[in-house]
Design a protein around this ligand. Structure first.
Ligand code: NAP
Length: 570
């Protein structure tokens, strides 16, 4: 049965592929498509490329992945010519790197900036997406790929009087791009997540007074950053193959591998020896090279949390203040761990003050500062380090409409449901590369992104080889994957945490009650890769394909063997 297109005229899309977002995912996706000569474009709301690294300009903003595990792995030439100057490189250099990549591979001319997508609607007659941009333009593309970023929809608190403040006040995501003089200023920072912790450590000795408004403390650990000199960079280049192989093998896509010994198989002294070593090492080792029971077993987690509490007490001079900085409502590592530089030491300075807003809540923002239940504070600058409407927030901000006009934001109101974190039933030709519930969302982002994009290219190869114009995950495949993702949360202590891993956000109506949303795949990068590879090997079981005009799928679908493989390996 062939559908009747208007007067027999078939509308061809302007682009074969439209990618939304010129961050790490958008850049790599575009590179792969252009390599094949595909007619593709990137539309980016910001004034230039870089995504996270374009937008976040706050002091202290840097990787907490080792720089050389964060860069793209696809080009030996690129790897050999780029010198990462620091083990955990800062935002300005990260942005320079992404610009270097775009220039080197001539990608910039396929990108459109200040091109904010307001809506995207699937046209079932012609199997294409119609995008409407804020500047009034309309674009059409056969396939739509989102590289929106999982932490790119900033959220402000809802506090009375915020607009009345006379000085500069902004979310960290909107830290001014032009230099902001902090010298001699009284600064307030609200929020102590990974961002707040970076800002506080960086500006404590640069401002006149710094007052931190903390709702709940986080478990933080030292970043232990340092320079990478020529000789070390040469050694890193020589072992790039090995580095990326290790990243492929580890659950988090880092060089850090879990300690395979059982927590209870080794003595308390051996556990402490491991933790002493990891605490002194750079990066996420303290989280990811730990015993696996830390993530699943309350007793093991409590022992380790007490170890870290001891470290905090040793670094903060005032014992009462130290206790305020130690989380009491959750254990170490079940929320995203902020890595810090001089964070705890900042509180030993006379010009740094902590306000526990559980004890003395903020009542309002005044024209000159902040009023708590206890007193008025005067500030020159207020910084909101209050986080993001994580994972699905950037999707909700675009009016995506699938089959029958269904809205994605309605479908995902109680949390995302996806097939492999990359396809959504009811939204044909829509690919959420490195999206919610994908393996990429819970790993060292670029490592997961490369795996996701490469899989998408194999999906395109299959689609184009057969002349299909429409692809869509089946409802059964989506339900099974989403249940699989949800089931994995049940074994993790993480499910009890009030952080963005579980969809908690006190600043977004409907998401402040702690109803768990299953955002990330917790099976680890290798299992995720094995699963999607198997799906590809089985002709993309779980995805239906059609040619223009066909009203029934061209292929039988059955996901069970693919997920069976994942379960065997789990
Ligand atoms: P976040 O982890 O969600 O932290 C937000 C902070 O603001 C929390 O301390 C939160 O308190 C507080 N807060 C939120 N709303 C508030 C309100 N209405 N009143 C008072 N306090 C409020 O956000 P983030 O720090 O921006 O980090 C988000 C994620 O971005 C990180 O987990 C990480 O994945 C990523 N990130 C990465 C890096 C890096 O090094 N590569 C750096 C920064 C961020 P509660 O805890 O009580 O909710």
């Amino acid at each position: 049965m062939v559908k009747q297109a208007t007067a027999g005229v078939i509308e061809s899309p302007q682009y074969e592929v439209i990618i939304i977002g010129a961050g790490v995912a958008g850049i790599y996706q575009l590179y792969r498509l252009r390599e094949r000569g595909v007619n593709a474009t990137v539309v980016e709301a910001a004034a230039d490329l870089g995504g996270t690294w374009f937008n976040n300009r706050y002091p202290g903003c840097r990787f907490d992945s080792e720089s050389y595990t964060y860069g793209f792995s696809f080009s030996k030439e690129l790897l050999n010519e780029w010198h990462w100057k620091e083990r955990f490189s800062g935002q300005p250099e990260n942005l320079r790197y992404l610009n270097h990549v775009a220039t080197k591979f001539d990608l910039r001319r396929h990108m459109q900036f200040n091109a904010k997508v307001e809506s995207a609607t699937f046209d079932e007659t012609y199997d294409l997406w119609r995008l409407h941009l804020a500047d009034g333009r309309d674009l059409t593309g056969r396939f739509l790929i989102t590289g929106l970023g999982l932490l790119s929809a900033p959220t402000l608190p809802r506090i009375a009087g915020m607009e009345s403040f006379k000085g500069p006040s902004f979310h960290t995501y909107y830290w001014p791009h032009e230099p902001l003089d902090l010298k001699g200023k009284k600064v307030a920072v609200i929020g102590t997540g990974a961002t707040g912790v970076q800002v506080i450590g960086e500006i404590a000795d640069k401002v006149a007074e710094l007052t931190v408004f903390q709702r709940r403390p986080n478990w933080c650990a030292p970043l232990n950053n340092g320079p990478i000199l020529d000789e070390e960079m040469a050694a890193i280049r020589a072992r790039y193959d090995e580095i990326f192989e290790t990243c492929l093998r580890t659950p988090g896509g880092f060089e850090h591998e879990p300690d395979r010994r059982g927590f209870y198989e080794v003595s308390a002294e051996e556990r402490k020896a491991l933790w002493d070593r990891l605490y002194a090492e750079p990066g996420f080792g303290i989280w990811l090279c730990n015993f696996r029971e830390i993530f699943t077993d309350e007793v093991a987690n409590a022992e380790f949390s007490e170890y870290i509490a001891g470290r905090i007490r040793a670094r903060v001079n005032d014992p009462v203040l130290a206790e305020k900085l130690i989380p009491k409502d959750h254990g170490f590592g079940i929320q995203r761990v902020p890595l810090e530089t001089r964070y705890y030491e900042a509180y030993n300075r006379d010009n740094v003050h902590l306000v526990d807003i559980q004890e003395t809540p903020i009542e309002r923002i005044t024209p000159t500062g902040i009023r708590t239940s206890q007193r008025d504070f005067e500030f020159d600058i207020i910084v909101y380090a209050t986080g993001f409407d994580a994972i699905t927030g950037s999707f909700d901000r675009i009016d995506f409409r699938g089959v029958g006009g269904q809205r994605l934001r309605d479908k995902w109101a109680d949390g995302p449901s996806t097939f492999l974190g990359m396809q959504v039933n009811g939204f044909p030709n829509f690919i959420t590369v490195a999206g919610p519930q994908s393996g990429s969302a819970s790993t060292n982002f670029p490592r997961g992104i490369e795996v996701g994009v490469d899989w998408v290219m194999s999906l395109f190869d299959y689609t184009w080889k057969h002349g299909y114009t429409r692809m869509e995950a089946t409802p059964e495949a989506e339900t099974r994957w989403t249940n699989h993702v949800a089931k994995m949360y049940s074994t993790m202590l993480m499910r009890k945490a009030k952080g963005w891993f579980t969809g908690y956000n006190s600043n977004v109506a409907g998401h402040e009650h702690g109803k768990v949303r299953y955002f990330v795949y917790n099976g680890g990068a290798p299992k995720f890769r094995a699963t999607i590879t198997q799906v590809a090997a089985e002709n993309f079981k779980g995805i239906e394909f059609r040619k223009l005009g066909e009203t029934a799928p061209s292929q039988e679908t059955d996901l069970e063997p693919a997920l069976g493989l994942a379960r065997q390996q789990a």
